[in-house]
Design a protein around this ligand. Structure first.
Ligand code: AMP
Ligand code: MG
Length: 281
């Protein structure tokens, strides 16, 4: 089964040692067929999770510019009922957001029970862009790894299933994608000179990512590194990982639904019996 690299809690990550080109043994056509099946599974899982109302799912996407966060969200979660799934994008903080602690805007949009929330960027920006550009002093961002771990542990304790994906592309692939955007009127709206400027900080970002992945991968909120130079493989790996992680809960949810069904039926039977008694009387 194609798989992402699970970051071992407390390990030192070396992104150079993980190939962004890796694409598994299957062909692109096989991957796309399998992805279709998995998209259906995700849709079904969401329906059951919603009905059972016991857990929520939080999926976080991080990656360099052009790494495919938008594409992955569409490609993996495109079949999920929008009533049960929300995408949250984190941009440069507003003045109001900046006037609060860095988790304030994040905590407000974590998923309630039954719901899936997909984060396009996240609180990790506060140890990534913020660190690379010295937006706050080091002594401030250094503490955030622990704060993030505590925050995510607290969410997990409240029945949030958390999965975090780092979309790993190469610097060469990023250049290709930036140039391709320039040549495609339909994609040019995504262009920004800032993306080219940010590219000059590639090594600093990779180092910041290595720290974030190593320090903040935990049993309850693991980081996965996804080879993302090929979009079809990226989507396949993410979908496999989410379906696999959620599978373990399905029995529990099915039991809950079974109990709920029995209760509802009992209520209905009682109501009918009462009606009949009234008609006779
Ligand atoms: P995009 O994902 O292309 O829409 O860009 C969003 C931008 O917002 C990126 O350049 C992020 O680095 C930036 N951003 C997101 N969160 C933060 C944050 N907490 N502090 C500073 N910049 C951020
Ligand atoms: Mg951008």
């Amino acid at each position: 089964m194609p798989s992402a690299t699970l970051v071992k809690p407390g390990s030192k990550v070396s992104l150079k040692d993980i190939s962004p080109d890796y694409a598994g043994p299957q062909t692109k056509e096989e991957a796309e067929a399998r992805l279709n099946t998995l998209r259906g599974e995700l849709e079904a899982q969401q329906e059951i999770m919603y009905a059972a109302g016991e857990h929520s799912l939080l999926v976080i996407f991080q990656g360099m510019d052009t790494s495919g966060k938008d594409g992955a969200i569409r490609g993996v979660f495109g079949d999920v009922n929008p009533a049960g799934c929300r995408v949250e994008s984190f941009k440069v903080p507003t003045e109001e957001e900046r006037a609060h602690d860095f988790l304030w805007r994040v905590h407000k949009v974590t998923p309630r029970r039954g719901m899936t929330a997909v984060f396009n960027r996240s609180h990790y920006e506060d140890v990534l862009v913020v660190r690379v550009h010295d937006l706050v002093p080091k002594k401030v961002w250094k503490k955030r790894y622990d704060t993030i771990n505590q925050f995510e542990a607290m969410l997990a304790d409240s029945n949030t299933i958390i999965l975090k994906f780092f979309l790993h592309i190469s610097k060469e692939e990023q250049e290709k994608r930036l140039i391709a955007r320039e040549g495609d009127v339909e994609k040019a709206w995504k262009l920004s000179a800032a993306d080219w400027r940010e590219r000059d900080y590639w090594d600093e970002y990779q180092a910041a990512y290595e720290d974030a992945l190593g320090k903040c991968s935990t049993d309850v909120a693991p980081w996965y590194i996804v080879p993302a130079n090929r979009k079809w493989y990226r989507n396949l790996v993410i979908a496999e990982t989410v379906v696999e992680a959620v599978k373990g809960y399905r029995k529990e949810w099915a039991r809950t639904l079974e109990m709920m069904s029995q209760e509802r039926l009992a209520e209905l039977h009682a109501y009918r019996a009462q009606q009949q008694a009234q008609q006779k009387g």
